[in-house]
Design a protein around this ligand. Structure first.
Ligand code: SF4
Ligand code: SF4
Length: 135
């Protein structure tokens, strides 16, 4: 059983179709809509958490692709703008996945987005707004 968060982009042609509910019925995936802006007949964006078997999730994502809905995994969407980061360390205590670490000697704060669960805590914690969610 795995849990993943995705950004879904709905083109106008499918914005009013119940594609997300079919993930539960046909693919036995639990879904949690964390945020959505969908205007039937227009472009839509949804932040969605899916939980289920890995194979079922892959089949569900393929179903979305074939329906014309693009899905980007959210942990790949958290980005640090290195020009803004001043290595203050404020993010160190906020990240539950320990994506940030102080590098011995250099004074730098390293960022490893491979551990990121896209919780969004660092976006609020960073005084320089160096952490960004790419949509
Ligand atoms: S809080 Fe922001 S500026 Fe400070 S180390 Fe973390 S990412 Fe860099
Ligand atoms: S989004 Fe959450 S898990 Fe990812 S780097 Fe920021 S605080 Fe850590």
């Amino acid at each position: 059983m795995i849990a993943r968060r995705f950004i879904l982009h709905f083109p106008a042609a499918v914005a009013d179709r119940p594609v997300v509910s079919r993930l539960a019925g046909e693919f036995k995936l639990d879904f949690n809509i964390l945020r959505a802006t969908i205007d039937p007949g227009n472009y839509g964006i949804m932040l969605l958490e899916l939980t289920g078997a890995k194979e079922a999730m892959e089949r569900g994502l393929e179903f979305l692709r074939q329906a014309g809905v693009s899905a980007s995994q959210l942990d790949q969407q958290i980005h640090r703008d290195e020009r803004r980061c001043v290595d203050c360390g404020a993010c160190l205590g906020f990240c539950p996945a320990r994506c940030f670490a102080a590098e011995a000697g250099s004074g730098r704060i390293a960022f490893d987005n491979g551990r990121c669960t896209a919780c969004g805590q660092c976006l609020k914690a960073c005084p320089r707004r160096a952490m960004e969610l790419l949509l």
